[in-house]
Design a protein around this ligand. Structure first.
Ligand code: ADP
Ligand code: MG
Length: 213
């Protein structure tokens, strides 16, 4: 039996819409972070990608279909390294949710883990390389720990969001070993990784929506 708050397809669509809002509101900041250690396109890339994802959201679909549709739109409309990475994350999460009409805390945790595995398979980054993995990996670990402690879905997602914020902040002193920022070598130190910061935003959007579930 599943109990506690669950998320249906409409809740997942609300997550994507809210993530798009937060990214749009923060696009300048994300682009400034990327201008410091990359090519200054991250905020605008993601804003374009999530706008396309919102436009592609199917009506009345299952959670899995919602995330697969959003992921596809992001792959096709987001430039840079982050487009394929975020698109893969959402598609893998959607596939993990299967055809179920709702996701409980365990199913959402498995979906986030599938997203992390997809990003790592594609990008080959590990924790400490100063990428979005530095936000996503601790988020998944915190989610799983909260779930094991008996937290409900909103509680698990809040733990994940807090861990992603901390993980993004912890990228500041790191030297980049993957992606465009790695070309800077030691000059990539003392800046927050833009992708880790956007991952934290996307998970904050999920926590906001799950809190209403
Ligand atoms: P680009 O670097 O091609 O301009 P973006 O600026 O949109 O792409 O995204 C940059 C972000 O992508 C980085 O801040 C980092 O978090 C993430 N990233 C880059 N390469 C990888 C990788 N191999 N694995 C995981 N994340 C990566
Ligand atoms: Mg860039």
């Amino acid at each position: 039996m599943m109990d506690g708050p669950m998320m249906d397809g409409e809740a997942f669509a609300s997550w994507i819409r809210h993530a798009a809002e937060l990214i749009s509101a923060d696009a300048e900041r994300l682009t400034r972070l990327d201008a410091a250690i990359g090519d200054g396109d991250h905020g605008h890339n993601l804003d374009r990608g999530f706008t396309a994802a919102v436009a592609a959201l199917p009506d009345g679909a299952t959670p899995g279909k919602v995330l697969v549709a959003a992921g596809r739109a992001i792959v096709s409309k987001t430039g840079g390294a982050s487009g394929p990475l975020y698109g893969t994350a959402l598609r893998r999460a959607g596939k993990a949710l299967g055809d179920a009409p709702e996701a409980d805390a365990a199913a959402l945790g498995a979906a986030l883990k599938a997203a992390l595995d997809g990003v790592q398979e594609l990008g080959q980054a590990n924790e400490g390389d100063k990428t979005m993995i530095d936000a996503l990996a601790p988020a998944v670990a915190a989610y799983e720990a909260a779930l094991a402690d008996g937290a409900d879905l909103p509680g698990c997602v809040r733990a994940a969001s807090d861990a992603a914020d901390a993980g993004a902040a912890a990228t500041v002193p790191l030297q980049a070993r993957k992606g465009r920022a790695s070309y800077l070598g030691p000059r990539s130190v003392d800046h927050m990784d833009p992708g880790a910061s956007s991952t934290a935003l996307i998970l904050r959007a999920l926590a906001d929506i799950a809190g209403e579930a």
